[in-house]
Design a protein around this ligand. Structure first.
Ligand code: GLA
Ligand code: ZN
Length: 590
């Protein structure tokens, strides 16, 4: 069975509409709806007043129609009465209520209020027959720089580094007079005169990820006694301060939201996200070396509670050897392209859904069920548009529902993998780099297209031994465990492809010149950003064979036998990647 449905927000409609909704849901083969994501102000209209009557009625209606509820805790959007614990931007502006996602996960008042509403929901609905899954919060992502965050950051750093000198060494604080005498002197990387210290920026993102994960885990543990799987929907994109590979260990089902950037490439984009989500879900069942400093949450906030493999005895379809994953949100029959809603051609919504299920999705869900009459997203695509159900979009989604009903997710096993690391993506965003032209994610998406299908997208600490080819484009930030893992992989016979801009720094943004030179059999002479295509690594062979040269005789692609395998290097951003994706064919080195 595949979950099919979307966000249902009955609080926006009179109850007559709910009856039409569930009838239409049955028509569209909807079997799961996300309820309550933005309903905190309805569930708790005042600090000491709860109102569950409407939600009782909505969930009963779902039960009567055999539609499951993915019940949300509404903590992503606090109600107007909640004024203590709103986020502060890097510029020191305290945001006020009025949009969504205004919260600080380190503010004690917010933590208390979140736990309170989550507990109230858990108490009331843990055994409701409609309940299939818990949806904690929504798209974690708000970064805050307030004083609560400063205090929590100091604690996180003291756990990660032990003493200030270790921090000083990691952050290279002797540059620009930043040496800290004590952790108490450290602040969040707030607005400052010129460039921030890149290691400070990066650790702050890791800290925010861990602090949000702590907020998730608190709620997960509150709702878990119901025995139903617990998840949160991952928002993807460069702005999101969440290390999803690490978070995947703490959710029972990996859930992603996917909003492709263009109509033309939307199926490729969806395939990338699907392969990525599956990689997180598959790798999350085992405990590898985390990309985070210290190898785990520095505060030990989340330690020990990771669930693997099974989902607490609940009926979430999954695949052997990993957790299940699903698409919690995508736009029905449309793509948002540069802020413009573009309808998909006939058949494209089904093609989108199948792109996910062909890559193992156990659920295909949309935002949102019925288009809102008012509010900030009144023009966002919906399964039931303002014009009602006698519309192309409703027919299209209903036919996708019919096509998916009775399907089971399947996956073709891949012998090629793409390494994708969100911390490396963060590192590439830093304004201090010698170029700002590198788009890590776009480059990975391009390599993904060239490599597959089928291809797995995997975190940097995932096991590599069963792949014939592993490509790791732009792997900027490389901890020593990753260096070891990549070497062992090649030694044992694998074909590894690295590119320009790889191995530039360690996990603290400290430059590691020529870090891959021995593996690649080259000597890196200098980096030439802005030359070649985007960037050129100027090198000379030192054991490697040059298999492609640019005009002027510069080596562009090299190959080096290392142990039983092959390390290939692509020194610039080549347009045609295909010739360089083959596994080593000439067998083990002599
Ligand atoms: C996010 C949110 C949804 C909705 C969509 C569309 O994914 O989770 O509630 O706002 O964006 O913008
Ligand atoms: Zn804060």
């Amino acid at each position: 069975m595949i979950f099919f449905g979307g966000d249902w927000n009955p609080e926006q409609w009179p109850t007559e509409v709910w009856h039409e909704d569930v009838a239409l849901m049955r028509e569209a083969h909807v079997n799961l709806v996300t309820v309550g994501v933005f309903s905190w102000s309805r569930l708790q209209p005042a600090p000491d007043r709860f109102d569950f009557d409407w939600l009782d009625e909505a969930l009963d209606l779902l039960r009567d129609n055999d539609i499951g509820a993915c019940l949300a805790t509404p903590t992503a959007s606090p109600p107007p009465w909640f004024t203590d614990g709103l986020p502060v931007t890097a510029d020191g502006v305290r945001l006020t209520y009025g949009s969504r996602d205004t919260y600080c996960v380190n503010a004690p008042a917010y933590l208390a209020a979140s736990s309170r509403i989550a507990s109230a929901l858990a108490e009331r609905y843990a055994h409701h027959p409609a309940l299939r899954m818990w949806h904690v919060h929504n798209e974690y992502g708000t970064t805050c720089y307030c004083d609560h965050c400063a205090a929590a950051f100091r604690l996180w750093l003291s756990h990660a580094y032990g003493d200030p000198d270790a921090l000083n060494a990691a952050w290279s604080t002797d540059f620009w007079s930043q040496r800290y005498a004590s952790f108490d002197e450290v602040r969040p990387p707030r607005a400052t005169q010129y460039l921030n210290n890149p290691a400070h920026l990066l650790d702050y993102r890791r800290f925010v990820s861990d602090a949000m994960l702590d907020h998730y885990v608190r709620q997960r543990d509150i709702v878990r006694p119901s025995g139903k799987p617990v998840t949160t929907n991952f928002a993807l994109g460069g702005w999101v301060p969440v290390d999803h590979a690490r978070w995947s260990r703490e959710v029972d089902v990996v859930a992603v939201d996917d909003y492709p950037a263009s109509v033309a490439g939307h199926l490729d984009d969806r395939a990338f996200v699907a392969d990525l989500a599956r990689g997180w879900a598959t790798s999350a069942g085992w405990s590898g070396v985390s990309g985070s400093v210290g190898g785990s949450s520095a505060l030990g906030w989340t330690g020990g509670s990771s669930v693997s493999g099974s989902v607490g005895g609940s009926s979430v379809p999954g695949r052997a050897g990993g957790k299940p994953w699903l698409v919690m949100e995508h736009a029905p029959g449309a793509v948002l392209e540069q802020g413009v809603v573009r309808a998909l051609a006939e058949g494209e919504a089904l093609a989108a859904a199948q792109t996910y299920t062909d890559r193992g999705a156990t659920g295909v869900m949309y935002f949102q069920w019925r288009a809102s009459r008012g509010g900030a997203e009144q023009w966002h695509p919906a399964i039931v548009p303002h014009e009602g159900s006698d519309t192309p979009v409703f027919r299209e989604i209903a036919s996708a529902g019919a096509a998916l009903a009775g399907c089971t997710p399947s996956v073709e096993s891949a012998d090629r993998a793409l390494l994708y690391d969100e911390q490396t993506m963060w590192a590439w965003q830093s304004p201090h780099l010698p170029t700002r032209q590198i788009d890590y994610e776009a480059t990975c998406r391009r390599w993904h297209r060239a490599l597959g299908p089928p291809v797995d997208v995997i975190p940097i600490d995932a096991p590599l031994d069963h792949y014939r080819v592993v490509a790791a484009p732009l792997l900027h930030l490389v901890p020593s465990a990753t260096h070891r893992a990549l070497r062992s992989y090649v030694e044992a016979g694998g074909t590894l492809i690295l590119t320009f801009g790889s191995g530039l720094t360690d996990e603290h943004c400290r430059v590691t010149p020529g870090a891959f030179d021995d593996l690649l059999g080259i000597r890196t002479i200098r980096h030439l950003p802005g030359e070649g295509q985007l960037w050129l690594d100027d090198l000379e062979p030192a054991g490697a064979e040059v298999v492609l040269r640019a005009s002027g005789d510069r080596p562009v692609v090299t190959e080096h036998r290392f142990g039983l395998g092959l390390a290939r290097f692509v020194a610039t951003d080549l347009e045609d990647l295909t010739p360089w994706l083959q596994p080593s064919s000439s067998g083990p080195a002599e």
